[in-house]
Design a protein around this ligand. Structure first.
Ligand code: FE
Ligand code: ZN
Ligand code: FE
Length: 189
């Protein structure tokens, strides 16, 4: 059962009163689900912070390596924003293992090993990275919708920033993938 901070008589403690003043609805049935989703994406970001340096190292082109390194920096900031968003609600971050991200990273690792030294390695890395970005986009999309519905405006602003970075990272990877296609087409002419 979700924990409520108001007692049975509906009296509010001071923290709750403060939230009410901010027009936030922490008693929404979505609030607990929201905290679970946030815990999931926080853990996903932590897993990615560990995986991105390996992906950067495996990349053959400088452009892709730079893109992974730049996204590592963003990912570290995203984790900080998640903490800030949770703080803004007077909540604490739950511990959760993101099995989705674990699976995506595992699959990427397998492909990285299989394509080691292969000219397709960068294309394979981009494929894995874009699946990861899309997972994150889905999570932040849901989290933003729920934050908006509950009036968690400060949290919403922070999660929107993360969502924007994930979308930009995904588009950047598409751009790099298209460059490879062009180079190969030119080589074949
Ligand atoms: Fe991220
Ligand atoms: Zn997850
Ligand atoms: Fe990302």
């Amino acid at each position: 059962m979700p924990t409520r901070t108001s007692n049975k008589r509906g009296q509010l403690n001071s923290r709750e009163t403060h939230r009410r003043q901010a027009l936030e609805d922490t008693e929404s049935p979505l609030h607990e689900a929201f905290l679970d989703e946030v815990a999931d994406i926080y853990n996903a970001e932590q897993q990615l912070i560990k995986a991105l340096p390996r992906m950067a190292k495996a990349a053959q082109s400088e452009e892709l390596r730079d893109a992974f390194e730049a996204h590592l920096g963003e990912t570290e900031q995203q984790a900080q924003r998640i903490k800030e968003a949770i703080d803004s609600l007077g909540e604490s971050l739950k511990r959760k293992k993101c099995k989705g991200m674990e699976g995506l990273i595992d699959e990427g690792k397998e492909m990285m090993e299989e394509y080691k030294g292969d000219p397709a390695i960068d294309a394979v890395l981009i494929a894995a990275a874009q699946k990861i970005e899309h997972y994150e986009i889905a999570s932040y999309g849901t989290i933003c919708t729920w934050a908006e519905q509950m009036g968690h405006s400060q949290a919403l602003r922070l999660f929107k920033e993360n969502l924007g970075e994930e979308k930009a990272a995904d588009e950047k990877l598409t751009g790099i993938a298209e460059t490879f296609a062009n180079v190969e087409a030119q080589e074949q002419q």
